[in-house]
Write a protein that binds this ligand. Structure first.
Ligand SMILES: [Zn+2]
Length: 241
């Protein structure tokens, strides 16, 4: 049977909440609990310009948490400081990949402190631009209780490097017959047309959306190494053409 998850990226104090509300209304109507990637300390100039500063921002995030949305830690400040594409090789920009361990530890520690101060519980990490490396995983293990990574291209959740991985394969809805698929949206930049497609899709398929507790994580196998490499390189090839 097919399972769908949905992830929304880039919630921060300057988000234009008018763009986020239709997503949340839609999910609440169908009792879908999304993963929301929250930036602990946004400094990304692009995201600072989305809307005006929300003084009740953390209360807003706590309210989402109360609705059992899965709040994910989306990096620390969302600023790209390296051109390393990390484990996933998807983008040549990163807040983490390629940085020395101590720098990554400092970012993770600071992000955890902000979430703790604001009473936000998070089990999931979402790396900005899908870019992180083994030092990021080490820093998460040492300074956080996060043991789930929302990233990867395989077609079902798995365990690897001491973490549970929930792959994120699609940037928009697409009907599938089996396996587990995450649709990744950015409400700030999502077009009206794409939102309407999502709405229609959820109307028809809401019963296949699951929450994290329903996922089964299998062991990452020898064949997965090759399968994942194949998926990564075919995506890179597709993006070059
Ligand atoms: Zn982001």
């Amino acid at each position: 049977m097919v399972q769908y998850l949905i992830r929304l990226d880039d919630l921060c104090p300057t988000s234009n909440l008018e763009k986020w509300r239709p997503f949340f209304d839609l999910f609440d109507y169908y009792s879908i609990r999304p993963i929301v990637a929250v930036i602990p300390n946004n400094k990304d100039p692009k995201l600072l310009k989305c809307g005006s500063l929300n003084h009740n921002y953390w209360q807003y995030v706590r309210d989402l948490q109360k609705k059992e949305y899965a709040i994910a830690m989306h990096g620390f400040d969302h600023c790209y400081v390296s051109t390393n594409s990390g484990i996933m090789k998807q983008n040549r920009r990163s807040e983490f990949a390629g940085l020395p361990l101590y720098m990554q530890e400092n970012k993770i520690m600071a992000a955890v402190q902000i979430f703790e101060r604001e009473n936000i519980r998070s089990d999931i990490f979402v790396a900005p631009a899908h870019s992180f490396d083994h030092n990021t995983l080490k820093a998460l293990k040492k300074y956080s209780s996060i043991r789930i990574i929302s990233d990867g291209l395989l077609t079902s959740p798995y365990k690897r490097f001491g973490f549970k991985w929930i792959p994120v394969q699609l940037s928009g809805v697409e009907p599938k017959l089996s396996r587990t698929w995450t649709f990744n949206y950015h409400p700030e930049t999502c077009s009206k047309n794409d939102f309407e497609k999502l709405e229609a899709f959820i109307h028809r398929n809401h019963q296949y959306f699951v929450s994290l507790s329903e996922l089964k994580f299998r062991r990452y196998s020898f064949w997965d190494v090759f399968h994942e490499k194949f998926l990564i390189y075919s995506r890179l090839l597709r993006d070059c053409l």
